[in-house]
Design a protein around this ligand. Structure first.
Ligand code: ATP
Ligand code: MG
Ligand code: MG
Ligand code: MG
Length: 480
C-alpha cells in the first residue's frame, strides 16, 4: 500500500517533531510581513524576520507544510505548468528550520534518515548537489552519510536560464540567502534528462525533491551580503514531488490528490478517458492556486496580486473552452467541491471560505465567457493575416477588447507551436508600451476593470492585500 499525500505530509511533520521541532501552521499566501513580496513562495517566508534576528520565537526549531504560489515575482513557474512533470502554480512546501540552532550536519543527516530509513527510498536513486566551494557539506555527505563522491555534484551560482541549477538560494532580490545542497531522485533511464549541472538537466529524469539551504547572509539592495546574526537552516521539499516518488509514479499529476482533481475536470468536460490531457492537468493545477488565493484575501482585479489571480483563472477557463466549450452556469467553480474533498481536511480555511471561492470563480467565468469566443475568433483572423505571428498591437487588442491576457495567448501559441504559431519579435515590449500609454490616458482602463462584485457578507473579514512590489514584478517580466 502506498502512502497518501496526507500521510506523507504527516510523516514529515511527525519526523521533525520527534527531533525537537515545533509544528507551525502554514501562513497565508499573501505575506503578512513583507509588502514587497508578491506571494508566499517558500516555507521560510513567514520566518524571514526570525532569520534576520528582528523577531524572536519561543522555539529555535520549526517544521511546517507551507502553501506556496510561484506565479509572478522572483520565482515564477506559471509558464512551465503543464509542460513539466514537476511544476505547479500552487504547491505545498514541507520544511524544517533552525534559527541559530543546528546547522549543516543535522540538516543533512536528518534529511537522509527520513528519505532512506523512514521512507526507505533506494539510496542508489538519490544524488545531491552542493555549492561549489562548500567542502563542509561535501564531507558530511561523503563521510557521515557515505554517499559516493561521484553522486555529490558541485554547482556554482548559475544566473542563467530559469531552470539552471543554482546552489545559492535567495527568497527574493534582497533578504535571507545562502548556499544550498539539493537532493535529486532519479526516476529512471526511460525518462529524458540529465543529472543536475549537465546540459540536459531541464528534463524530468532527475527531479529535485528537497533543497537544504544554509542561511548565512542578508542580501542588501546593492548586492552586498551581510552575515546573519547566526547561521540558520531552511529546507523545502515539494509535497507533490515526494508524493510522486513514494507513490511510484513519475509525474506529480499522477499522485492521489491530482488524480482526484483531474477526474473531476474530466467529468465536467466529458473527457473521462483521457487523463493524460494537458488541459485537464492545467485546470487541476489552476483550481488550487485560484482557490487558495481567494481564501487568502485576493480577488480578481486589474492590478498586482488580483491581476495574477485573474490571469490564472482566465487561463483555466480557456482550457475548459478548448476541451468542451463553456456552460451558461459556468464550469471552473465546480472544481472547488472536489478540491475541498482532497484538501479540506488539511486546510479548514478552504472549507470555511468555500462559498466565497465558488462565487469569485463563477463571477470571473461569467464575465470572461462573454468575450472569450469572440477573442479566439479574432486571434484566428490575426494569425491568418500576419503569417502566424502575433504582434504587440494585436496582443493589446486581444487583452483590451476581449479580456484575453498575453500569457493566455502565449500559452495557446505554445500549444500550437507545431503549426508555426508564435509571438512576433518584440511583441511583448510593444504590448507593454501600448498598455502604459493606455494607463496614462486613463487609469480607469478597460471595461474589465473593477473585477467581480461579491456580496458584502462574503467579502467582510477579508483584508485587502497591500502590495508594493511593482518594480520587482516588472523586472521579472510579469506585466501588471
Ligand atoms: P526547480 O529547479 O525544479 O524549478 P527550484 O530549485 O526552483 O525547483 P526551490 O526554490 O529550491 O525549487 O524550492 C524547494 C522545493 O520546492 C523544490 O526542491 C521542489 O521540491 C519544490 N518546488 C519548487 N518549485 C515548485 C513548483 N513550481 N511546483 C511544485 N514543487 C516545487
Ligand atoms: Mg524553480
Ligand atoms: Mg532547482
Ligand atoms: Mg532548488
Amino acid at each position: 500500500m502506498t502512502k497518501t499525500s496526507h500521510q506523507i505530509r504527516q510523516d514529515f511533520l511527525d519526523f521533525f517533531q520527534s527531533k525537537g521541532h515545533q509544528v507551525v501552521p502554514s501562513s497565508p499566501l499573501v505575506p503578512g510581513n513583507d509588502p514587497t513580496l508578491l506571494f508566499t513562495n517558500a516555507g521560510m517566508v513567514q520566518f524571514k524576520d526570525v532569520f534576520l534576528g528582528a523577531e524572536k520565537r519561543s522555539y529555535t526549531r520549526a517544521v511546517s507544510s507551507q502553501r506556496c504560489v510561484r506565479a509572478g515575482g522572483k520565482h515564477n513557474d506559471l509558464d512551465q505548468v503543464g509542460y513539466t512533470a514537476r511544476h505547479h502554480t500552487f504547491f505545498e512546501m514541507l520544511g524544517n528550520f533552525s534559527f541559530g540552532d543546528y546547522f549543516k550536519r543535522e540538516a543533512i543527516t536528518w534529511a537522509w534518515e527520513l528519505l532512506t530509513e523512514v521512507w526507505k527510498l533506494p539510496k542508489e536513486r538519490l544524488l545531491v548537489t552542493i555549492y561549489h566551494t562548500d567542502d563542509e557539506a561535501f564531507d558530511i555527505w561523503h563521510k557521515d552519510v557515505g554517499l559516493p563522491a561521484e553522486r555529490i555534484i558541485r554547482i556554482g551560482d548559475n544566473k542563467g536560464a530559469p531552470f539552471a541549477s543554482d546552489n545559492f538560494w535567495q527568497m527574493a532580490d534582497t533578504g535571507p540567502c545562502g548556499p544550498c545542497s539539493e537532493i535529486f531522485y532519479d526516476h529512471g533511464e526511460h525518462i529524458a534528462g540529465g543529472p543536475p549541472g549537465s546540459p540536459d538537466e531541464d528534463g524530468d529524469r532527475f527531479i529535485e525533491i528537497w533543497n537544504n539551504v544554509f542561511m548565512q547572509f542578508d542580501r542588501q539592495a546593492d548586492g552586498a551580503l551581510l552575515p546573519l546574526p547566526a547561521p540558520c537552516v531552511d529546507t523545502g521539499m515539494g509535497l507533490e514531488r515526494i508524493s510522486a516518488v513514494l507513490q511510484h509514479v513519475h509525474s506529480n499529476y499522477e499522485i492521489d490528490l491530482f488524480q482526484h482533481l483531474i477526474k473531476a475536470a474530466a467529468a465536467l468536460t466529458g473527457k473521462q478517458d483521457d487523463l493524460e490531457n494537458k488541459s485537464l492537468r492545467v485546470i487541476a493545477d489552476h483550481v488550487r492556486a485560484c482557490s487558495f488565493l481567494v481564501v487568502d484575501g485576493v480577488l480578481p482585479s486589474n492590478e498586482g496580486r488580483g491581476y495574477v489571480l485573474r490571469r490564472i483563472i482566465r487561463r483555466a477557463i480557456r482550457h475548459f473552452w478548448k476541451l468542451d466549450g463553456l456552460a451558461p452556469e459556468g464550469k471552473f467553480w465546480r472544481m472547488v467541491q472536489p478540491l475541498v474533498e482532497v484538501m479540506g481536511e488539511a486546510y479548514p480555511e478552504l472549507v470555511a471560505k468555500r462559498k466565497l471561492v465558488e462565487q469569485a470563480l463563477k463571477g470571473e467565468e461569467a464575465a470572461f465567457a462573454q468575450t472569450l469566443d469572440a477573442g479566439m475568433t479574432r486571434l484566428q483572423d490575426y494569425l491568418a493575416a500576419s503569417g502566424n505571428r502575433i504582434r504587440g498591437d494585436q496582443l493589446f487588442q486581444l487583452h483590451d477588447t476581449y479580456g484575453c491576457p498575453p500569457d493566455l495567448i502565449a500559452d495557446l501559441l505554445r500549444e500550437n507551436a507545431d503549426k508555426g504559431w508564435a509571438l512576433a519579435e518584440g511583441a511583448l515590449d510593444e504590448y507593454d508600451t501600448l498598455m502604459d500609454q493606455q494607463r496614462d490616458r486613463a487609469r480607469a482602463a478597460s471595461k474589465f476593470a473593477g473585477g467581480v462584485v461579491l456580496p458584502a457578507e462574503l467579502v467582510s473579514g477579508l483584508k485587502p492585500s497591500e502590495f508594493r512590489g511593482y518594480e520587482e514584478l516588472e523586472a521579472d517580466g510579469c506585466r501588471v
